[in-house]
Each structure stands twice: as structure tokens, then as C-alpha cells.
Design a protein. Sequence first.
Length: 80
Amino acid sequence: MPANLPPQYFEAEKTCRLAKRPEEKIAALEEMLAIMPKHKGTDHLRAELRGRIAKLTQLATKKSGVHRASMAIEKEGAAQ
């Protein structure tokens, strides 16, 4: 079933494709979701957008790197 999306949706989609940071992409995807009409022809597209928002949100909050203790004592000696 066709989605019949308005021109504003395609402008928001272009903004999303050109965005570099995850926060910008999330904002553009949320705008696309708000603009899109809600009917049975757009159910799968809405689900796809919500999934992309969830992945980008998880990526934006992901912690990176290995954390070391601030007071690390290296092992030394014969028994170690």
C-alpha cells in the first residue's frame, strides 16, 4: 500500500542523510516521524524509523574505551 508522503518528509529525509552526528540524525528522524501521516500504509515505515531512532540513541549513549582504576597497583615480585 502506498504511503503518500508530503514534500516536507522528503526534505527531512534529505537532512537526515546529510547529517553527520547521531544527535542530528535522531532529530531529523523524529521530524520525519512527526510529519508522516498515520495509516496502515505507513505502519512498516514508521516501525523502521522507530528502530533507526533506537539504534542511533543506543549508539549515542554507548561508552567507549577500557576503564582503569584510578589507583592501579602493578603486580611485582617473584610470587606474582
